[in-house]
Design a protein around this ligand. Structure first.
Ligand SMILES: *Cc1c(COP(=O)(O)O)cnc(C)c1O
Length: 375
């Protein structure tokens, strides 16, 4: 492989994403599996991820925003539906319709705006309708949706492609809210019996069959993150390595990093590596987290800087480490879930914050492709 001239390297295993999609699709069949690729494909690269999923047979995509849909549509072509989960920003209706995206109508205001555009264009416009079944985040209440279901003009103006809701506790199979939401959703779907229905995110895809409806909307599980206890066997997708920029030895009493938070108690061998909070490495891992090399834990000492952080490499098993070497931050020794736990957050946040400076290597069909110009 070409030498990579970058101080951090994010490797994305598209084969693993495809395998995870296959296993979810098999699990939910005969329901279909779409894919949620919002937030730049959970930080990993929406275009490459969506292209790989398309090759695996995925034909329905979900993003959060109009700009994300624009970027995907160029690549996927006009016949692949792209749903915009956050719905319509005021004034964006024409742009959305011209681009052929499918907005998820989340409020009565959005429904009214989309209907007005349909009337002015003299044609039905495609949309999904989100019902709020207990999460109180996005969607119409059943009381708001009910009059629409009785309005023949609504049926003429809106080409209803999906009725959907979202689970608040889908990652906890035993949570009573799941059954309560499914019950409310079933009643809501009864209002629009001809439209396909969708309730399940990743967590919901691992709940019983009743939650799978016509189509499931997995996101994080595609990227190898376990959405709950029932989801064994997903393949990890991302590894992250950073390069040693400099090695030094310090003696007792010497401080390290901003604020000199860490002060050596004895002789210490340190390595400063080229990754920081601007690269999405959580700042609160200062003094808490670790990097790894050849199975050896290398604790982070002092604060995490914007572009670098310092690790303790005094362990004799790490004696061979030299400037320019790569250490592991996410990989076989330290999972995304480990990092999230140490940082007091969830794998979703660690993934989606991975910045744009990493060299990205995409692996598909066993072949590596280096993205961008950082090689
Ligand atoms: C983000 C999102 C999903 C995907 O959720 P995961 O937990 O990542 O599977 C599905 N549906 C909606 C409405 C979402 O906002």
């Amino acid at each position: 492989m070409a030498q990579i001239l970058s101080s951090s390297i994010l490797r994305i295993d598209l084969d693993a994403i495809r395998a995870n999609y296959r296993s979810i699709a098999a699990r939910v069949a005969p329901a279909r599996a779409g894919a949620v690729v919002k937030a730049n494909g959970y930080g990993l690269g929406a275009e490459q991820v969506a292209a790989a999923l398309y090759r695996e047979g995925c034909r329905t995509f979900f993003v959060a925003r109009l700009v994300e849909a624009d970027a995907l549509a160029v690549m996927l072509g006009a016949d692949v539906p792209i749903f915009i989960l956050n719905g319509l920003d005021p004034g964006a209706e024409s742009r959305c319709a011209d681009a052929g995206h499918i907005p998820v109508l989340n409020s009565s205001t959005q429904v009214a705006a989309w209907r007005r555009l349909a009337v002015s264009r003299g044609t039905a416009l495609p949309a999904a309708l989100q019902l709020d079944t207990g999460m109180s985040r996005l969607g119409l209440s059943l009381a708001e949706a009910e009059p629409l279901s009785r309005d023949p003009a609504f049926a003429r103006e809106i080409d209803l492609r999906l009725v959907m809701t979202h689970l608040a506790c889908g990652d906890d199979p035993d949570h009573p809210a799941n059954a309560a939401q499914l019950g409310a959703f079933t009643a809501g779907c009864g209002l629009f019996p001809d439209a396909p229905a969708s309730i399940a995110n990743s967590g919901g895809s691992f709940l019983p069959k009743g939650f799978h409806c016509a189509i499931v909307r997995p996101g994080v599980a595609l990227f190898g993150v376990d959405p709950g206890p029932a989801a064994a066997g997903l393949r990890p997708v991302a590894t992250l390595h950073a390069r040693i920029l400099q090695i030094r030895e310090i003696g007792p009493g010497v401080g390290v990093g901003y604020g000199l938070d860490h002060v050596a108690r004895g002789p210490q061998r340190l390595a400063t590596i080229g990754i920081g909070y601007a690269d999405g490495w959580p700042r609160n891992l200062g003094g808490v987290g670790r990097a790894w090399w050849d199975g050896v834990a290398l604790p982070i000492v002092g604060r995490v800087s914007m572009d670098s952080l310092t690790i303790d490499i005094s362990d004799p098993r790490a004696a061979a480490l030299a400037e320019g070497d790569l250490v592991e931050l996410i990989g076989p020794s330290q999972s995304l879930a480990d990092v999230a736990r140490d940082a007091g957050t969830i794998p979703y946040e660690v993934l989606t914050r991975l910045g744009s400076r990493h060299a990205r290597i995409f692996v598909e069909d066993g072949q590596s492709q280096i993205a961008g110009d950082r090689i």
